[in-house]
Design a protein around this ligand. Structure first.
Ligand code: SAM
Length: 238
């Protein structure tokens, strides 16, 4: 069976969106992954199809009702993959989690709106929470698309060899080295000499040094983890 994304949202028309185009879109057409979208509103219990109500304890905004969300989740109970609520309180999405999800059978994504979802349904269903960054979006749909875009490109057969992820940012714990293409001289700026030298070893060394330098300068958090990993790698070889 193809890797399957089951998305629960009150904006089903937002999908596949950008995921229907380009790399992910072609993979979707070719059946490498499958996208199933459910409208949470279809599980509303009243005539007005309401999915939200005001928060207990007062305050601004609305909260998604646990009974409605639970019914929507029951609808994907048999679908493959972990149950994930996109939420700014969640585990930060990183390439490691992306790889984990790509290695599994799929994912079920609950997109929140308003002030979020009643806590009890998250507890009752054992929902994991994933955040795409320390900022607040107005809904989980864009976050779901970020997660799916990152996962789908890792599925076998989606990227050609030419677009291999092996050297990309984060794959080895480093930011990526700078990239250049033609023309070799542009507005008085030349491409770094090592890259046009034709010596593979020099190219490799230049790229590794630039990747390390960029990571050290811009992301001290990644840099110290990278150094620890390199250190423990050396120890285990001794
Ligand atoms: N009241 C919530 C809070 O302060 O944590 C924010 C709710 S937000 C306006 C509405 C929905 O957008 C959330 O339920 C969630 O599904 C989604 N969302 C917002 N920011 C997100 C983020 N950084 N990562 C993932 N989902 C996010």
């Amino acid at each position: 069976a193809p890797w399957t994304a089951s998305v629960l949202t009150i904006f089903p028309e937002a999908f596949p969106g950008i995921l229907g185009l380009s790399l992910a879109g072609r993979a979707l057409e070719r059946g490498i992954w499958r996208l199933e979208v459910s409208d949470i509103r279809d599980f509303a219990l009243d005539r007005h199809r309401s999915v939200d109500d005001s928060p207990f304890g007062g305050g601004a905004g609305m909260v998604m009702r646990p009974d409605v969300v639970d019914a929507a989740l029951a609808g994907v109970a048999e679908r493959p993959g972990p149950l994930v609520y996109l939420s700014p309180r969640g585990r930060l999405l990183d390439q490691e989690l992306v790889r984990e999800l790509a290695a599994g059978p799929g994912v079920r994504l609950l997109c929140g709106r308003y002030e979020g979802v009643d806590e009890r349904v998250l507890e009752a269903r054992g929902v994991a929470e994933v955040s795409v960054g320390d900022y607040v979006l107005s809904g989980g749909e864009v976050a779901a698309q970020v997660l799916l875009d990152a996962v789908v490109r890792l599925l076998p057969g989606v990227m050609g060899n030419a677009e291999s992820p092996a050297e990309e940012s984060f794959e080895r714990g480093l930011l990526e080295y700078p990239q250049y293409t033609r023309p070799a001289l542009w507005q008085g700026r030349a491409v770094p000499e090592a890259l046009v030298s034709g010596h593979h070893a020099r190219v490799r060394q230049w790229r590794r040094e630039r990747a390390e330098e960029l990571t050290r300068q811009r992301r001290p958090d990644l840099w110290s983890r990278y150094q620890q990993a390199a250190g423990s790698g050396r120890e285990s070889k001794d």
